[in-house]
Design a protein around this ligand. Structure first.
Ligand SMILES: C[S@@+](CC[C@H](N)C(=O)[O-])C[C@H]1O[C@@H](n2cnc3c(N)ncnc32)[C@H](O)[C@@H]1O
Length: 231
């Protein structure tokens, strides 16, 4: 177990597999937490929304399909700890003192943050979290999740339209100067064009690395900022 301090908040990082004592961390999750600290300067008290915060349903037919397996394989390339089936990012940010809200299709039984069940294909973010504004919105492995594709296909909605609607919703719930943190491949999936059309500009590209045993894990993170103008 290692303990790191980000802006005065202590974050425990456990590299053991499937431990029940602590939520296992992946390098990608650490990157998210580092990015909030790097850009905002602290984590305590920050209002954060994570879209697609859960870990999907293992019973979902897509999760069991070849496509689901390919996506999991992709995420394993970045992971130093596998087997976590919990909303790790939301839980860790909340432990570090952030005021965290998460949105997902599925309910999460054990959580230390505000969890809202909603479908981001058919509902807008302000509909799911009415009267709420955030300093930071995080998306990690959400925009390319199999469930999102499947629901869009079911309603015959083009993926571009889905991405645009969700990014517009993120813009609407962000406070002025709020930030939208996207990790690749989410960043690639949505595309710079859509993010710009929705009123964001690319503020920072961060790269975090962490040594675990004999391997160095690297993770790129994109920080998009809200333009202060009407769109
Ligand atoms: C691959 S998981 C990523 C989870 C988490 N962000 C992480 O990095 O560990 C994608 C999540 O998005 C959720 N999701 C997919 N489509 C959704 C939708 N239409 N509305 C809300 N959540 C959705 C899934 O339920 C799943 O929990």
């Amino acid at each position: 177990m290692t303990e790191k301090t980000y802006g005065g908040s202590k974050i425990k990082i456990n590299h053991q597999k499937n431990t029940k004592m602590e939520t296992p961390m992946k390098i990608s999750d650490i990157a998210e937490i580092c990015a909030v600290n790097e850009v905002v300067g602290r984590i305590k008290g920050i209002k954060i929304l994570e879209i697609g915060c859960g870990c999907g349903s293992p019973d979902n037919p897509i999760s069991k399909s070849n496509r689901g397996e390919r996506l999991r394989e992709k995420s394993r390339q970045y992971s130093c700890c596998l087997g976590a089936y919990e909303p790790v990012i939301a839980i860790k940010l909340s432990e570090a003192g952030a005021d965290v809200t998460g949105i997902d299709l599925i309910e999460v039984p054990e959580k230390n943050y505000r969890h809202c069940v909603g479908d981001l294909v058919v509902q807008t973010i302000p509909e799911i979290v009415p009267n709420k504004k955030f300093d930071v919105v995080i998306s990690h492995s959400f925009f390319e999740s199999p469930e999102l594709y499947e629901i869009a296909k079911h309603y015959r909605i083009e993926m571009k339209k889905v991405y645009k609607k969700i990014c517009k919703g993120v813009y609407d719930v962000l406070l002025d100067r709020g930030i939208f943190i996207l990790n690749p491949p989410d960043n690639d999936a949505v595309g710079k064009k859509i993010l710009k059309e929705c009123g964001f500009y690319l503020s920072k590209e961060l790269c975090f690395t962490e040594q675990y045993e004999d391997r160095v894990y690297k993770h790129d993170t994109f920080v998009w900022k809200k333009c202060l103008r009407d769109i």
